[in-house]
Design a protein around this ligand. Structure first.
Ligand code: HEC
Length: 395
């Protein structure tokens, strides 16, 4: 009897711990035990310049809610597990590279200069400033959940075929960072802390472009935003909400927004629980585009005005909006879909009236617009934008 009682209490305690761990505690920021241990001399070299924990942060075993582990999200993961799996030491190296201004010609610009954590790794400026004050042609993109994009292509026009290809492009871009890969390898190899970090991540000290690109890609893929109010609601519900089902913890207007969003924005385009679009599409911003997006890359007229749409997670933190940052507020974005969609020949079918073939304005009421904004606010993830493991490690 006594033993049985004890067993039951132990099971109950384990269950409570399991639930509370799942729901309230994010253990992913605590140092992990499965990275290569560091010796004292190496740690001193690193800590002369960097604030890094002795045992690396956990970038791999995230405490993801159930909806991340199941299709459709899990089937969109673009991690090339055989070529470049994420490791804690690889992502740590990637984090240091991401924040290191010495990746630019004149040591003034890091990846993080244009991809700021507090903005879900995008830039609040319409166009970002590069090494000599020159501006980028497009608005910077959020990197949250970039990993969950099945076709694995990157940039607004999807010109990078993989994330590993993408990461070396800003470094060599004359406006952005202005480096050659030869000089980059030499410059980084001369720094003692990179000797330690490359050895830990890849087994020896050699600094190569291939390793730089892989480590940066690992860090970016580790940037998973999964702790929003929306995630909490889904986790508590325990299954995908049926069309008219409310999410627990949501206010009335947030639940209304969820339904308006699902009916008008998600079903057709921004789908999965990460609100991503599977391919680049034309959303009727212009009749004639200055920037043809995918069309500029492929040279095909049918691709003109098509752009990638990154995950809408944290969208309230990523203004301004669209590839050219033309909309300063989310209200302007919603107004575009409500009344502003243009009849471009490549306009996506989902934004057309099936009978007339013309652009189909959503004509949302003010109440519906407010509800969409309330819902989009539930996609913000404060833990993600303040998590130390994604922050600047330089002292
Ligand atoms: C000077 C500003 C600037 C710098 C520096 C910069 N980026 Fe970007 N980043 C941008 C802009 C602008 C875009 C969109 C460009 C485009 O689509 O043509 C972008 C797009 C991206 C994307 C594509 C995201 C997606 O979902 O397709 C990734 C990934 C990325 N940057 C990573 C990096 C990394 C890694 C570094 C450092 C090696 C870096 N960026 C440095 C401005 C910058």
């Amino acid at each position: 009897m006594h033993i049985l009682h004890k067993t039951i209490s132990a099971i109950a305690l384990a269950a409570i711990l399991f639930v509370s761990c799942k729901k309230n505690t994010d253990t992913s920021a605590s140092p992990s035990t499965n990275s290569t241990p560091i010796n004292k001399a190496d740690y001193e070299i690193i800590t002369a310049t960097l604030n890094l924990p002795e045992s690396s942060f956990n970038y791999i075993a995230l405490n993801l809610p159930f909806h991340f582990g199941a299709p459709p999200i899990s089937s969109t993961d673009n991690t090339p597990v055989n070529i470049n799996p994420i490791t804690n030491d690889g992502a740590t190296l990637g984090r240091v590279l991401f924040y290191d201004k010495s990746l630019s010609l004149n040591n003034t610009i890091a990846c993080a200069s244009c991809h700021k954590q507090e903005n879900s790794f995008t830039d609040p400026l319409q166009f970002s400033k590069g090494i000599l004050g020159g501006l980028t042609d497009r608005n910077s993109m959020s990197l949250a959940n970039a990993r969950y994009y099945a076709n694995g292509r990157f940039f607004w026009d999807e010109r990078a075929v993989t994330l590993e290809d993408q990461t070396l492009m800003p470094i060599q871009h004359p406006v952005e960072m202005g480096m050659t890969l030869d000089s980059l390898e030499k410059k980084l190899a001369a720094k003692d802390y990179y000797k330690v970090l490359f050895r830990k991540a890849f087994g020896d000290e050699s600094v190569t472009r291939d390793r730089i690109s892989k480590a940066l890609a690992q860090f970016i893929r580790s940037m998973v935003s999964y702790q929003s109010k929306y995630d909490d609601g889904l986790a508590t519900l325990g299954h995908p909400p049926a069309p008219n089902e409310d999410l627990p913890g949501f206010s009335q207007i947030e639940n209304q927004g969820l339904r308006v969003f699902n009916a008008n924005c998600a079903g057709p385009c921004h789908n999965t629980e990460l609100q991503t679009m599977p391919v680049a599409r034309n959303n009727g911003l212009d009749l004639v585009y200055n920037d043809n997006g995918v069309g500029k890359v492929t040279g095909r007229a049918i691709d003109n005005g098509k752009f990638k749409s990154p995950s809408l997670r944290n969208v309230m933190l990523t203004a301004p909006y669209m590839h050219d940052g033309r909309f300063l507020t989310i209200e302007q974005v919603i107004e575009h879909y409500s009344t502003g969609v243009k009849n471009h020949p490549n306009l996506d079918n989902r934004l057309k009236d099936p009978v007339t073939g013309q652009a189909r304005p959503l004509n949302l009421t003010q109440q519906q617009k407010n509800a969409i904004v309330a819902f989009l606010n539930t996609l913000s993830d404060n833990k993600f934008i303040t998590d130390i493991k994604y922050s600047n490690p330089f002292k």
